[in-house]
Ligand binder design. Sequence first.
Ligand code: F0G
Length: 451
Amino acid sequence: MSENLHQLRCFGCGASLEGAEARPDFRCADCGDLFEVEYPGWSHRKGPDRPNPGALKWLWRERRCSSEGLDHSGVWRFRELLPILESFGNAVTLFEGNTPLYHLPRAAKRLGIDQLFAKHQGMNPTGSFKDTGMTAAMSVAKERGFEWVACASTGNTSAAMAAYAARAGLKSLVLIPDGKIAWGKLSQAMDYGAVTCQLKADFDGCLTLLTRIVNEAPIYLLNSVNPYRLEGQKTPAFEIAEAFDWNVPDHLIVPGGNLGNSSALGKGFREMLELGLTARMPKISVIQAAGANPLVRSLAENGGTSLEPVEAHTRATAIRIGNPASWRKAARAIQETGGWCLDVTEAEIAIAKAEIGAEGLGCEPASAVTLAGLKKLRAEGKIASSETVVLVLTGHTLKDADYTIEFHRGTLLSADESAGREAEIASLQRNAQVVEATPAAVLAALKGRAG
Ligand code: F0G
């Protein structure tokens, strides 16, 4: 029996399609908008396909002790809420998900918040949240018999895609902006065997070119315009709700680049509410870098009815995106939950990243926008001290070691960028020192760190 219960619905005009009928670029033939996966059987309150919330909560908990391979995946553990495959036996998994939810006691104290947590998606197999989406969409690619898969990327999608393609025995093509991705990510695409093309174009240019390529050649597109990516990326919402015993936190803060992740998490929380697994949605706020803030502008200037692309500039290369594909879906997640969308400067990102490092966690620069954004929201009185807040840390600190080293050496930010915050930055910098190989010299090095 087929385990596939889904269809695709256009986010713009509402047109419905069978999964395999979508165009290779995943754009609606009528209105050009993106699709969402939907499960028609869930809308009939007493229908046989509608999941039973109590039974699911029990089953998902049981699976944590199961010895079956698929149950070890934090995505496929929730497979009843992503019935997108003919057979779950086709799932391609690296045992992604099940990522830790850490308390951030020092940042919480500084900000006067009781309950502050980080959901660290950088603790996935390839070091970023992309793995949860890639397991889902790669499984569809494999099941549908594709030989080649491809993505445009600022680095993490390509790392994840290359790894999952290798596991699935598929060939992969990566288009990345030349010189604008972190070395850790580039090295992963090479190591996992992708054909990696560095283009003289930014991320937006790479994606536009790839859209043309997939319309000409039988290559399966794995950017987050592919709606199956978002089905996998919605599952951290289930993990978060489960960790809070199905009482969702008050506020979720997510970095915004191409805006697939905030859209996916919004979908996850919305579906849990609709199915009766939870009683409400958290506020979802999206934070962008000030130099790559098209959604911030769109919401401020026209309430999110249209989006003007920008030329993006930020050292947080993962979110260096000026024309985000999923902006309408992300705008809905923010607006329906009463969250906010704001931007943060390069200095604010660097400081927040060092603070997350000092908690013993670390993350990549793009992830640190969440803490920087939280500080602003708190200063503006938009988050009460009693609220429970979860920051979604999207990438591992080792992805972009150059950024970290430059911050601690004091060569990252320009004088203009750090103006007025020099003392704060200096208090966080921990440069490595060249020290003579004697006990006295090493012990002397400790003196600078008293207190
Ligand atoms: N954080 C990290 C570490 C990322 O790699 C990305 C996106 C984002 C945040 C933003 O997520 O695009 O869903 O809004 N990276 C993509 C890539 C674009 O190609 O790896 P988003």
